[in-house]
Design a protein around this ligand. Structure first.
Ligand code: DAK
Length: 261
């Protein structure tokens, strides 16, 4: 596919593993890396066959250490705007994708890197991971969705503490206030992420996708409207082959074979 800064492989289970591949710079997202990520997610990700996407970083040290500071420091105001617009577009695409995503946070997840993890549905961290938003040390603040997504995940007060101080936290601390869902030994992070992904990949894909939409969209609505949305989505699930298969398989005491139809 000709991408220098990302690697991708898809397993038979339907689990795709996308790794940001710029380990010498701790996978910092310079323009070329961000464009590879964006272009791949937009155009080349095999969406039809994909059940779950795992995002991680190559190397042993970092998930993504943020936007590329060297490159950012040289940008004009218009380039800076273009950079942030593009990152917003790609992170929104990941957040709103029909397939679920898991961030396997295998090391530093800082600034734009932590924001990438936040755009994923679930975050698993290695016990060696460090997470945070150092942007205020650079004269900016988390602007790739971070200041908004983080408050929705862990509340305004803790988010302010993290963002205002710019300090990194350990994976264990991140777990305590809900920035990550699991912490696992470093050596097994990909194994754990794959096991979790495979357990989701076995389920009815349209139902998982509808549940993601109900949660993501519904949590931004008032309860009455959100309950209406839930009703619409569950009714749309009832009308699928997978719903018929799931219930039939239960009654026949066998595993269902879901087709995503
Ligand atoms: N950018 C560029 N290079 C980076 C980098 C980064 N974010 N992080 C690490 N590197 C490079 C280092 O420069 C070094 O390169 P060489 O010197 O070897 O050429 C190499 O990766 C290894 O890093 P270190 O030698 O520093 O490794 P250490 O183990 O000593 O330290 C560290 C690891 C993660 C603590 C340290 O590298 C570090 O503090 N990195 C910077 C982390 C950071 O501040 N991240 C946030 C970036 S700001 C926007 C809104 C938001 C954003 C952008 C735009 N708009 C509204 C337009 C987002 C901003 C950010 O993400």
């Amino acid at each position: 596919m000709g991408y220098e800064f990302i690697n991708f492989e898809k397993e038979d289970s339907g689990v795709g593993i996308l790794a940001i591949n710029r380990p010498k710079a701790l996978n910092a997202l310079n323009w070329d890396t961000l464009k590879d990520l964006g272009s791949f997610v937009e155009n080349d990700l095999p969406k039809e066959e994909l059940r779950v996407l795992i995002i991680t970083g190559e190397g042993d040290k970092a998930f993504v250490a943020g936007a590329d500071i060297a490159q950012m420091s040289e940008m004009s105001a218009s380039e800076f705007k273009e950079y942030v617009d593009y990152a917003h577009k790609i992170y929104n695409l990941i957040e709103n994708a029909p397939y679920p995503s898991i961030a396997a946070v295998n090391g530093y997840a800082l600034g734009g890197g932590c924001e990438l993890a936040l755009a994923c549905d679930i975050r698993i961290a290695s016990e060696k991971a460090k997470l945070g938003f150092p942007e205020v040390k650079l004269g900016i603040f988390p602007g790739w969705g971070g200041s908004q997504r983080i408050t929705r995940i862990m509340g305004n007060a803790k988010a302010k503490e993290l963002i205002f101080t710019g300090e990194m936290v350990s994976a264990e601390e991140a777990l305590r206030f809900g920035l990550v869902e699991r912490v696992v030994p470093h050596e097994v992070i990909m194994k754990e992420a794959k096991e979790l992904a495979e357990s989701i990949a076995k389920r009815a894909p349209l139902a998982v996708s509808a549940a993601k939409k109900a949660i993501n969209t519904g949590s931004e609505m008032g309860l009455d409207k959100a309950l209406e949305l839930e009703k619409e989505l569950i009714i749309s699930c009832f009308d699928t082959d997978d719903r018929a298969e799931g219930m039939k398989a239960f009654l026949e005491k066998r595993e269902p074979e879901f087709k995503g139809k």
